[in-house]
Structure formats: structure tokens, C-alpha cells
Design a binder for this molecule. Structure first.
Ligand SMILES: Cc1ncc(COP(=O)(O)O)c(C=O)c1O
Length: 400
């Protein structure tokens, strides 16, 4: 019998981290590799935020804090929800954790009993199903398609709900597709939830600020106020504020749930870094104008990547509304053979052959629950994107 827990055997290591590791190994071996796998902006953390972190150190704000966050940050979070989302929360309805990841995980650990089901629309962020499994629940995957812009329809949601459903995990704009739900599309889903009062929504709004063109971000409790009492609204500073390494995420929701999450955190990791919390206060309260500048850059890169990928033989790449990912289909490449003789049986083989033959690292679609596709993160320089897309075009042109 293994010394390790049974629940661990149900969980797989993060495929996105596996791709970065493989790319790093090839690079270390002297290969010219372009990584399009990273889920983080290539921009530096804004200076005012870094200065707030440095000041916290200089001021000696380097001790334990309340396990789920300092009151100053909770106030800044309540103000953010009021200002940007029309949602009113009090500080005892807010939890701050070590990244959005810990917040989502705490909420699942706090609520899962054996047999409880969690609906996860696919394509999904890689960690959702494994977090549900680790917390002792059962993921129920509801597959969206390219035809609906990778968005779950009301009928699909209705069909996935059972008496055992506890949560719907909702993520817009989405990792890995960049798809964003309009207010009307989200309303169709919240209407379904109104008919099933036992189902709660865990909304992961991590990419809220990375929304482009005419697309307007919206969040479930704002679109349907009747869901307020059964919604956990999760967010964080990692992506929009280029603070992935600082590790601050947060959520607001019903007091009982927030209290349970606090209990878990107080008996596991305790507070997120005090220094990062002060930096996050500045991120939320400080100037926001750099977001617009960053988004202009992201839109330019998105358009470059979408256009170059659509010019590659056998690739179909929709234009997403937000985040910094595209999720092209390689359906027409399946069954062909690469220049080095690899038969492209599925998207994992496509991604591996692309890395080995052209030195471009992308993440295969099966990792996100919808094939045959791959995910490109365009949070990297224009030059790297141009070179990578041109290599993808060559790779596809050589397929026979
Ligand atoms: C959809 C989504 N949710 C949550 C997270 C986790 O964010 P954090 O780095 O704050 O833990 C990520 C990070 O990749 C993400 O893409």
C-alpha cells in the first residue's frame, strides 16, 4: 500500500507547469525555444505598488496579520466591489488568501462532502477539476463548443444540474479561451440557477480587467441580485496588476462561508504575506490608468496572433473578448504527418511535435477539457509572438 493518500492518486500534476518545465529543459539543452505557455503578463508590477510593498517592509509591517487579511485590504476590496461591480459587501464578508488559487481551494474544502457535484464548463482552467477532487467532491464537466464561442448554454447548464450539484464554477473572461459572457448570455445562465435554489455559483473573475473592445465584463451577483446569497465572487490582483508572484487573491460572499474559509486558512497557511497585502491595498486604491495602456498592448498582440494563426493551414482561431489567451482548433491537422514523421493523432501530439520540431511551447487542449485545440498565451513580446506564429505556420504547412 502506498504511503500517500488515496485522494492524491485522483489528481494530476498541472499540465501547464509540465509544458513550462519541458520548454525550460529544451532551452537548458541549448535549443531555441519560444514559450507561449505562461499564464502571466510579461509587464512589471507598477512602481507605486512595488513602492507600497517596500514601504511596508521599511515600516515593519512584517508580522502575522489576521489569518484572512488586514482590515485595510478588506476595506479596499469592499470599495472595489461597490465601485466596479455594484456589489455591496461588508468586511466580514471578505476573505483574502495566498492567490486566487487558495481562495477557490478553501471554498471547495469548506463545502464539499463525498458525492457532492461541481459543474465545470469546459474548456476550463486546469486546476478546477483537480481542486474539486482534492476537496473530496466530484467534477461534472459540461462541454462548450467552438460554435458557441466556447460558452456554456442555458440548456447545457440545465442538463448538468442534479440534486447533488453544489456549485457551478463560472469563469469569464476565460482561461484558456479568452471567451467573455455578455450580460444577456450570463442572464440566461443565472435564470437557470434561479430555478435550482440548491446550486451556488463560484465565479472566478480573475480576468475582469482584461476585457477588450465592446465587451463589458459582468459578474453573476450583479446580473442577478437574487443570487447574491449563494454567490462567492472571487478575484485577485495577480493578472491585471502583474502581481502573480505576490500571491494575493480574494473573495466576497455569505458570512458563514467566509467564516469557514477563514477557519481552514487559520489552521493551514494563516495570513498571506503581510507585505503583499499592503501592496494589494495600493493596487486597488491607487491609479488604474495603466490598465488601459496594458490592454491596448494586449489587443494589438491578440489581433496579431489571431490573424497569423488563421493564416496557418488547418488552424481556425476565433477572436476572444478578454484575458491573454487564444484557443485555436487544429481539427483539420489531425491524422496528418509532420515533417519529422510524427502522426498527429491528437492535440497533445500536435503540441509535442511543435515543441520538438519548431521550438514553440503551447499547451494542448486536452489539458483544458476540450480537443482538438491548443492554448496560446500572448502575454509576451510582439517579436516573440511573430516568430512563434511564423514557426507554427511552417509546422502546419509541412504537415502531409
Ligand atoms: C482562471 C484563473 N483563476 C485563478 C487563477 C489563480 O490565480 P493566482 O495566481 O492569483 O492564484 C488563475 C491563474 O492562472 C487563472 O487563470
Amino acid at each position: 500500500m502506498s504511503f500517500l493518500s488515496k485522494s492524491l492518486s485522483r489528481v494530476k500534476p498541472s499540465p501547464t507547469i509540465a509544458v513550462s518545465t519541458m520548454a525550460a529543459e529544451l532551452k537548458a539543452a541549448g535549443r531555441d525555444v519560444i514559450g507561449l505557455g505562461a499564464g502571466e503578463p510579461d509587464f512589471d508590477t507598477p512602481e507605486n505598488i512595488k513602492a507600497a510593498g517596500a514601504k511596508a517592509i521599511a515600516d515593519g509591517k512584517t508580522k502575522y496579520t489576521a489569518p484572512d487579511g488586514i482590515i485595510e485590504l478588506k476595506r479596499a476590496i469592499c470599495e472595489k466591489f461597490e465601485r466596479e461591480n455594484n456589489l455591496t459587501y461588508t468586511t466580514d464578508q471578505v476573505s483574502v488568501g495566498t492567490g486566487g488559487k487558495q481562495i477557490l481551494y478553501n471554498a471547495l474544502v469548506a463545502t464539499m462532502n463525498p458525492g457532492d457535484e461541481v459543474i465545470i464548463p469546459a474548456p476550463y482552467w486546469v486546476s478546477y477539476p483537480d481542486m474539486v477532487l482534492l476537496a473530496g467532491g466530484t467534477p461534472v464537466i459540461a462541454e462548450a463548443s467552438l460554435q458557441t464561442g466556447f460558452k456554456l448554454t442555458a440548456d447545457q447548464l440545465e442538463a448538468a444540474i442534479t440534486p447533488k450539484t453544489k456549485w457551478l464554477i463560472f469563469n469569464s473572461p476565460s482561461n484558456p479561451t479568452g471567451a467573455g459572457y455578455s450580460r444577456e448570455e450570463l442572464k440566461e445562465l443565472t435564470d437557470v440557477l434561479l430555478r435550482h435554489p440548491h446550486v451556488w455559483v463560484m465565479t472566478d473573475d480573475m480576468y475582469e480587467h482584461l476585457a477588450y473592445g465592446d465587451f463589458k465584463f459582468c459578474t453573476p451577483a450583479e446580473v442577478e441580485p437574487k443570487l447574491y446569497d449563494r454567490t462567492l465572487t472571487c478575484n485577485g490582483v495577480s493578472k491585471a496588476y502583474s502581481m502573480t508572484g505576490w500571491r494575493i487573491g480574494y473573495a466576497a460572499g455569505p458570512k458563514e462561508l467566509i467564516g469557514a474559509m477563514r477557519k481552514i486558512q487559520s489552521q493551514s497557511t494563516s495570513n498571506p504575506s503581510s507585505i503583499s497585502q499592503w501592496a494589494a491595498v495600493e493596487a486597488l486604491n491607487g491609479p488604474q490608468d495603466f490598465l488601459k495602456t496594458n490592454n491596448e498592448m494586449f489587443v494589438r498582440r491578440r489581433d496579431l496572433v489571431v490573424s497569423m494563426l488563421n493564416d496557418a493551414e488547418g488552424i481556425v482561431c476565433p477572436t476572444p473578448d478578454g484575458a491573454f489567451y487564444v484557443y485555436p482548433s487544429v481539427a483539420e491537422c489531425i491524422g496528418k504527418t509532420s515533417a519529422k514523421g510524427v502522426k498527429i493523432e491528437n492535440d497533445e501530439v500536435f503540441a509535442t511535435a511543435l515543441l520538438e520540431e519548431k521550438g514553440v511551447a503551447v499547451v494542448f487542449g486536452a489539458a483544458f477539457g476540450l480537443s482538438p485545440n491548443f492554448r496560446v498565451s500572448y502575454a509576451t513580446s510582439d517579436e516573440a509572438l511573430k516568430e512563434a506564429c511564423s514557426r507554427i505556420q511552417d509546422f502546419c504547412a509541412e504537415l502531409k
